[in-house]
Write a protein that binds this ligand. Structure first.
Ligand code: SF4
Length: 162
């Protein structure tokens, strides 16, 4: 099964998805992750605890209506949306129907995400592509705007082929 973070990585960079899936885990040490952890702590002090979905995903918080995720910036909004759709899909498969709320507190922005039929179709297409990427060879390095912030940058720029 695909993990929630892998759906996010897929939308950012297929190579990142592949490297992460193979356990080449530089991402844990990255400063942005630590920054994010602090932000989560501040934003969710008064909400329920995180919800883990069969070890595939850890959702920031859940209430009666919404699955909530807080993000540092909306620069990877499309990836955030796809990851949230996946959370909603996993819950739906377990008989729980929720909407999603993506919050970007530093930008004072909140976005509602709904798993309707077209969103579910888009998600299932993405999941198919994710499985193809994971099953294949490492995708080639292709410089992206995101690379400068990626924990795999040194690895990719050194021409490593995993
Ligand atoms: S450095 Fe760039 S190409 Fe390499 S994994 Fe990260 S985003 Fe992808």
């Amino acid at each position: 099964m695909v993990r929630g973070i892998e759906v996010h990585y897929y939308a950012v960079c297929p190579r990142k998805l592949w490297l992460f899936h193979k356990g080449i885990g530089f991402e844990q040490e990255h400063d942005r992750v630590l920054e994010g952890a602090l932000l989560h702590e501040e934003a969710y002090q008064r909400l329920d605890k995180e919800l883990s979905i069969d070890e595939l995903a850890v959702v920031d918080a859940v209430d009666d209506e919404f699955v909530r995720e807080v993000k540092l910036t909306s620069k990877m909004e499309k990836a955030d949306q796809l990851q949230m759709l996946y959370y909603l899909y996993l819950l739906k498969q377990r008989g729980i129907e929720k909407k999603g709320l993506l919050s970007y507190p530093t930008e004072k922005k909140t976005e509602q995400i709904i798993l309707d039929a077209s969103a579910e179709k888009r998600l299932l297409t993405a999941l198919g592509e994710i499985n193809d990427i994971i099953a294949g060879k490492v995708p080639s390095y292709r410089k992206l705007p995101y690379c400068s912030k990626c924990a795999y940058r040194d690895f990719c720029e050194a021409g490593e082929e995993a």
